[in-house]
Design a protein around this ligand. Structure first.
Ligand code: SF4
Ligand code: SF4
Length: 93
């Protein structure tokens, strides 16, 4: 089974309190040239919004892999697990 097919099986119960925040958006704009979060997240949660000049966070699709806790070179992602009963649930594993 291909990865995209496996991801299709994943179910989400979105925590509306939003468990991911960019701590300081100006760091993204002024200091982070490469914006690696737009590449390392397997769920493409982070996207650079050229119009708004900020990182847009599509937290609803977070797979809770934990990569962004270590991946942001500026420690600028405030990530917490969703509240109990919310977040991702895996089928077949
Ligand atoms: Fe901002 Fe961190 Fe993403 Fe860089 S990697 S754009 S500092 S959240
Ligand atoms: Fe993306 Fe993983 Fe971070 Fe969720 S925990 S936002 S899936 S890198």
């Amino acid at each position: 089974m291909k990865l995209d097919d496996k991801l299709y099986l994943v179910r989400f119960n979105t925590d509306k309190l939003n468990h991911i925040k960019i701590a300081n958006p100006s760091v993204c704009l002024q200091q982070c040239q490469d914006k690696p979060c737009t590449r390392f997240c397997p769920a493409h949660v982070y996207d650079w919004d050229e119009e708004e000049k900020r990182i847009a966070v599509g937290y609803e699709g977070c797979l809770e892999c934990g990569t962004c806790l270590i991946g942001c070179p500026f420690g600028n992602i405030d990530w917490k697990y969703p509240r109990g009963g919310f977040g991702v649930s895996w089928k077949n594993g």
